[in-house]
Design a protein around this ligand. Structure first.
Ligand code: TRP
Length: 324
């Protein structure tokens, strides 16, 4: 089976945007691929400065994905930091990447443009990400558009390695541009924790409803016809309701006599139907950190042999002793 691989930075408790835009599509993709899904804690370390926060969000992410249906027997779920071999490959790759290419990195450039003084981790971020991918011979990497440049770099460095040291040593991965929609937040912009416009995934049903009611809508009267498409309420409803129900909401909005309040009510019910059963699983999983550790470690133990085999090939190719 072809391999897909994705990393998730443990920088927040997953919200509805993460669920609809990343978690749900990745779990669907796992049906067709041998999936590698890891918590990119060393990538998060470029910004997270609090051990408690790192630990908490690591468990939050693991418990959320598991609660949403990820089967740890089928998907390799692990912490990036549990397979330290990734750093050995990071070094080898960094010796093949021109600093100029990293200087053109979008995140690094953005940080400079904002007048920040980015740390070297931000600069080297794409190299570690390339190692994450190449270490496991991933065929496809599902990414959002914001990660495309990183993936290009991973492809470049793999091809360069093969060119210099021997064909087919490293698998050149393909980007799989997510068809997952951009999930709008309360204000209609892309949902993100930093924008303060997100809807919590596993808060109480009551809180969920309260937050949905805060979604910004037009100010048309109840009677007036409304444009469904492009409205945050309808666009989000479409992602959770059946096609027939979504078509019905569209019709009602366009016809008039159906208010944004009605639409929000329908949305909060549809979200609750989707999330409610997962919330209970989340609570059970999240309250047992020892069990989460066990699952993550079992995942790391399963993938490490693959990492070691890749490193053996790489070490032999560049003239290091093969440990066997
Ligand atoms: N950079 C990715 C992000 O911010 C996370 C990540 C780290 C990743 N390593 C990866 C994604 C490898 C895909 C493959 O979302």
């Amino acid at each position: 089976m072809r391999r897909s691989l994705t990393g998730i930075k443990p920088t927040n408790l997953p919200h509805v945007g993460n669920y609809l835009g990343a978690i749900r599509p990745a779990i669907a993709l796992a049906e067709r691929f041998e999936s590698f899904l890891f918590i990119a804690d060393y990538h998060a370390l470029t910004t997270v400065r609090d051990a408690e926060e790192m630990r908490r969000h690591t468990y939050d992410v693991a418990a959320s994905w598991l609660a949403c249906g990820l089967d740890p027997e089928r998907v390799h779920l692990y912490r990036q930091s549990d397979v330290t071999e990734v750093f050995e490959l990071t070094w080898v790759l960094s010796c093949l990447i021109a600093t100029g290419q990293l200087e053109r990195g979008v995140s690094y450039k953005d940080a400079l443009a904002k007048g920040e003084a980015p740390n070297a981790g931000v600069f080297n971020y794409p190299v570690l990400m390339a190692a994450d991918i190449l270490l496991y011979d991933a065929d496809v990497v599902p990414v959002g558009k914001d990660q495309l440049q990183h993936l290009e770099l991973a492809r470049d460095v793999a091809a360069r390695f093969n060119h210099l040291f021997g064909e087919d040593l490293l698998r050149v991965p393909e980007a799989h541009i997510s068809e997952a929609p951009l999930v709008p937040g309360l204000d209609g912009q892309k949902m993100s924790k930093s924008k303060g416009n997100s809807i919590p995934l596993f808060d109480s049903a009551k809180k969920l409803r309260k937050v949905v009611m805060k979604i910004v809508t037009g100010s048309e009267s109840l009677e007036e016809p409304k444009v469904a498409e492009g409205s945050t309420v309808y666009e989000m409803y479409r992602l959770v309701a059946s096609e027939a129900d979504a078509a019905e909401m569209k019709r009602q909005l366009e016809e008039g006599g159906y208010g944004w309040g009605h639409a929000k009510q329908a949305l909060s019910e549809a979200l609750e139907a989707e999330i409610g059963p997962k919330r209970e699983r989340f609570e059970a999983l999240r309250s047992d950190e020892a069990e989460l550790d066990r699952i993550l470690q079992a995942g790391a133990d399963r993938v490490r042999p693959i990492a070691l085999r890749t490193l053996d090939r790489v070490r032999a190719a560049v003239g290091m002793r093969v440990r066997g």
